[in-house]
Design a protein around this ligand. Structure first.
Ligand SMILES: [Zn+2]
Length: 208
């Protein structure tokens, strides 16, 4: 029998990273946002695919290569199907693929806005004393763990620091400064609330 409430937080980033590029028309560096559209070009059996971005000021476009001059037999069916049908979910994954974007753009602006869905996976035996949060990340975000806990559990950063110093917050995988790094998929955060007077309020904010 466990006095731990286990919840799952599914985090979906809301704004795709924006490359800052030299815009020919604006004659300066501007943020470019994804248009959510791709272009597929065939040259014999070789294909090019791009994700189209637009300058935030003048609508000039930038084509971010997804692949270039690739033989049709080297492209998996799911990718080809997604490109031919402008699959919104697939395009979104490419737009949020910051590592891929880094290959083609120097400066990238990232955003911390996320949508959060909370589910209780396992209720606790009363009295509930511990909270365990399983994080599920659909795409990378720069949102820091500490900020997420602060926003969602209503804990000040000072209080989080005190809990951390007292050894009452732990993360798995662990690591120095894990709370000050961006949240990671499949990360778990455990908080010992046994001696917190307002633990019921904190626990109710952890759930849906
Ligand atoms: Zn422009």
């Amino acid at each position: 029998m466990s006095h731990t409430v286990l919840v799952q937080w599914t985090i979906t980033p809301q704004i795709a990273p924006r490359p800052w590029l030299a815009c020919n028309r604006c004659r300066t560096t501007r943020p470019f946002a994804t248009s959510g559209k791709t272009r597929l070009n065939a040259n014999g059996r070789r294909l090019d695919a791009w994700l189209i971005y637009r300058c935030s000021s003048c609508d000039s476009t930038w084509n971010r290569p997804i692949f270039e001059r690739r033989h049709v037999s080297d492209i998996d069916q799911a990718t080809l199907h997604a490109l031919q049908n402008n699959d919104g979910g697939w395009i979104e994954k490419v737009a949020f693929d910051i590592d891929g974007l880094r290959r083609d753009a120097g400066r990238i602006e990232e955003f911390a806005e996320v949508r959060l869905q909370k589910t209780i996976l396992k209720a606790a035996v009363e009295p509930a004393q511990h909270l365990e949060i399983a994080l599920n990340l659909e795409m990378k975000t720069m949102l820091r763990t500490e900020r997420l806990l602060s926003m969602e559990l209503g804990l000040s950063r000072k209080r989080i620091a005190m809990l951390e110093q007292a050894g009452r917050i732990s993360t798995a995988p662990s690591g120095t400064n894990a709370l000050r790094r961006p949240v990671k998929d499949e990360m778990r955060v455990t908080i010992d609330l046994a001696s917190e007077a307002d633990r019921n309020a904190i626990l109710s904010r952890a759930g849906p």
